[in-house]
Design a binder for this molecule. Structure first.
Ligand code: ADP
Ligand code: MG
Length: 300
């Protein structure tokens, strides 16, 4: 098969591994930088050009769209979809998952457990907002943040008020969330492919830190998840419409609670922690599903 990897950086671990796994399994792989693609969107023969050539003959695309280029990256992916190419994750599911507010609204509608969460932009009554989500201690998050930046633990009502007011001054959208203390600074990353959790790891925050992000000094280790955690992770990926997803959850007294669902989960940490060939499993998923999807399209 001819497989395109939509990625801005051929040197990233995940991109390299996917490229390698395609070749190991006997496929042709092309790394495509979405930002450098230009497209003809006519209805008769939609096309995509890259480095002066017409991108044709692809059987599947693996989107690895950075959060800084969601808009254009999804447009390029959508163009491939219009040309009948199988996308491992569809553009609509990726853009859905990139909007944290929309994601949590969708998850809650599906009955997936999550910490009590409030959203606000410019609340006219900060005290009422704090009361609405159950009072301090609270975790306050900037909606645009990633890798733990912009995630603050406010242990008292006063601290929560000050942080919310400071974020309001930045004209940012914020999320105010119940603090799950019993998680003990750990979260669980479940790697979902299709309708299975194929790998999972625990990330433990560094001493004195509550954020478990590896970028914030957290460390990863193997973990065995419970059937309930497995079910929750699969339900979360399904609610977002993602076939490949990194689902992050917290262990709480009332069961697994979803924090976020990532549409381009990194491979480095999870392959290192589990010793599994996850890139290979993604290619295997394509082998099983690309042809099926093409037949369905033809029969429509
Ligand atoms: P980011 O998107 O920046 O990674 P997250 O929402 O994933 O932000 O939060 C970063 C980390 O902070 C999480 O991995 C988790 O360890 C911790 N954390 C986030 N929200 C909560 C919460 N409500 N209760 C306890 N810990 C939390
Ligand atoms: Mg996170």
């Amino acid at each position: 098969m001819k497989i395109g990897i939509l990625s801005q950086d051929a040197n990233l671990y995940s991109t390299r591994r996917l490229h390698e796994a395609c070749q190991q399994r006997g496929h042709e792989a092309v790394i495509i930088n979405a930002l450098r693609c230009y497209m003809n969107i006519n209805s008769v023969q939609p096309s995509i050009h890259f480095e002066g050539t017409d991108l044709i003959g692809f059987d599947a695309i693996i989107p690895r769209i950075g959060s800084d280029i969601t808009f254009y990256g999804c447009a390029v992916l959508r163009q491939f979809e219009m040309m009948g190419v199988f996308a491992v994750n569809q553009s609509i599911a990726i853009s859905r998952s990139r909007d944290k507010l929309r994601s949590l609204q969708l998850l809650s509608r599906q009955g997936v457990g999550m910490p009590i969460t409030g959203f606000a932009s410019k609340p006219d009554d900060v005290l009422d907002l704090i009361k609405m989500v159950g009072g301090a201690p609270l975790v306050i998050k900037l909606l645009e943040g990633t890798q733990g930046i912009g995630v603050v633990l406010a242990e008292t009502q006063k601290a929560a008020e000050s942080v919310i007011e400071a974020f309001m001054g930045l004209k940012a959208h914020i999320m105010v969330q119940e603090y799950i203390e019993e998680a003990g600074g750990a979260d669980i990353r479940c790697f979902v492919i299709g309708d299975k959790v194929i790998a999972s790891m625990k990330r433990q925050a560094a001493e004195g830190e509550f954020r478990s992000n590896l970028h914030r000094g957290g460390s990863a280790s193997l973990i065995k998840i419970t059937p309930e955690e497995r079910k929750t992770a699969i339900a979360a990926a399904k609610a977002m419409g993602l076939s490949v997803a990194g689902v992050d959850l917290l262990r709480s007294k009332r069961g697994p609670l979803i924090m976020e669902v990532n549409s381009s989960p990194g491979l480095e940490g999870i392959e290192a922690a589990t010793g599994k060939d996850i890139a290979g499993m993604i290619i295997e998923y394509i082998e099983k599903n690309a042809e099926k999807s093409r037949r369905n399209l033809q029969n429509q």
